[in-house]
Write a new protein. Sequence first.
Length: 233
Amino acid sequence: MSKIALVDDDRNILTSVAMTLEAEGFEVETYNDGQSALDAFNRKLPDMAVLDIKMPRMDGMDLLQRLRQKTQMPVIFLTSKDDEIDEVLGLRMGADDYVKKPFSQRLLVERIRALLRRQDVMAGNEVTETEETKVIERGELRMDPLRHSVSWKGNDVSLTVTEFLLLQALAQRPGFVKSRDQLMDVAYDDQVYVDDRTIDSHIKRLRKKMRTADPEFSAIETLYGIGYRYNED
């Protein structure tokens, strides 16, 4: 049974979403501010966190920043419909996804399940010898899907599940272009809709992380209006 942490200062959202998730078989913990959640996470981490952005004591951005210092567990942001800047910033900081308020609880459940399934695969809990589990070596890049490890020029790079899947999809076929729609299919279930900005934000975050290992990293090329490709040389 996966444990989901809900962090939101709206008690109605906490109550209704918790009831839905528990009915779907999840164990749920609720917190109405970021500091309370952080205190609990320091004792024991959940399997996933769903965070509101604007909260008292510690907002969702600050909480995410603290979490990313010690864990790559999946994080979904809940955002107001006008918080486009916050959405992009959250993704750049390492959130895996966002859901706009007001939202369909069924959609939220599907996104949670999708990220947990991918986390399971990356943790090696569904190990099968397939193309998706093979170690990838492309020049200075080395990716081990079963260990969810990435290195560039021998330097480890810490990626979220979504970032890992996008890099894997690009690196599996160097020189071939992947459209944004194709990358959406890689990172999300068919039942989950995301727009182009979400993929672009993930790619920007991915590049930034790779450049922490090598400031000259340029293997991911943007083809404007088309998509992205990985260049091995």
